[in-house]
Design a protein around this ligand. Structure first.
Ligand code: MG
Length: 294
């Protein structure tokens, strides 16, 4: 019998995943898997657990949680040499950008069918200095919003919380001077925000880079040059409509390695969590993991 490890976060999203556990175990056993479970109880326990998992014991991992839980698991898989084992994702978190990009279902029967069908695709992972990310590495205006929203607020308001917090941040906001180096050139300018996208969008801003591919080995870099607080609303509307790639206030390129420096104290944000302080070097680890999809 094939062996599968189900890692779940009982606090993710609306906290209802635990009521479906029996359905999952039934469906997965019928698909030929012996199911082992790991319930996260406290910070750091997923990492500690995966560190001890033998490299060739499991045939699959299932992650039931949001982008935060997936980020933790992917970091552990990469660090502990488990990234050859395919992962299935059940998007039960507050933020599920990664699963949404891959169009993964939330319903137990549909999610189990994908695993039973055993179809996987290779997926790129980003490495920012020493830490991996799955969706986006960001910095500037909107970047540190999700970590500043307290947990209850985030659960109640969901995505709306991001907007409200963004507006609250505005009065204190200053553009940042960045030096950005890709494989062709170095660009120095004042920016409101930069995004290094592995998937196509982040937070409330979906499909920011509609052509982004998760297995092409390159990131989509989008830098928002400073437009000033008075021009920001009209600029934001254009961006949300997707009318931005030709805009002279947008720096857009694709590359596999990007270095971002600043003379200011700027922290990056990786998948909505605080990341390393600039300078950062971001590398695309092409086809680093395998994900179950339709
Ligand atoms: Mg890509």
């Amino acid at each position: 019998m094939k062996k599968l490890k189900l890692i779940y976060n009982p606090y993710s999203g609306d906290k209802t995943f635990k009521f479906d556990l029996d359905i999952y175990v039934t469906n997965l056993q019928e698909a030929g898997y012996e199911v082992h479970m790991f319930r996260t109880i406290k910070k750091g326990d997923i990492e500690n657990h995966l560190k001890e998992v033998p490299k060739d014991f499991y045939d699959a991992f299932i992650i039931a949680g949001g982008d935060g839980t997936i980020n933790i698991v992917v970091n552990s898989l990469m660090k502990y040499g488990l990234n050859h084992i395919p992962i299935a994702i059940i998007p039960v978190g507050t933020a599920n950008d990664f699963a949404r990009f891959l169009k993964l279902p939330k319903e137990p029967d549909d999610a189990c069918k994908i695993i039973a069908n055993n179809n996987t695709i290779p997926v790129d992972v980003g490495l920012c200095n020493e830490t991996y990310f799955i969706n986006v590495c960001a910095g500037g205006l909107f970047a540190n919003i999700s970590e500043k929203i307290d947990k209850n607020f985030k659960e109640v308001l969901g995505k709306l919380g991001y907007y409200i917090r963004a507006l609250q941040e505005m009065p204190f906001y200053k553009p940042i001077t960045l030096k950005i180096t890709n494989s062709k050139e170095t660009i120095e300018d004042k920016f409101d925000l930069f995004l290094v996208l592995n998937t196509s969008g982040t937070g409330s801003i979906k499909n920011l880079s509609p052509k982004a591919s998760i297995s092409d080995g390159v990131f989509d870099f989008i830098g928002f040059r400073n437009v000033g607080i008075t021009n920001l609303p009209s600029f934001a509307i254009k961006v949300l409509k997707g009318e931005y790639l030709e805009h002279d206030k947008i720096l857009f390129f694709q590359d596999e390695k990007i270095t971002i420096e600043s003379v200011e104290d700027i922290y990056s944000d990786l998948d909505g969590e605080k990341g390393p302080k600039l300078p950062i070097t971001i590398k695309n680890i092409s086809n680093a993991i395998k994900v179950f999809t339709n």
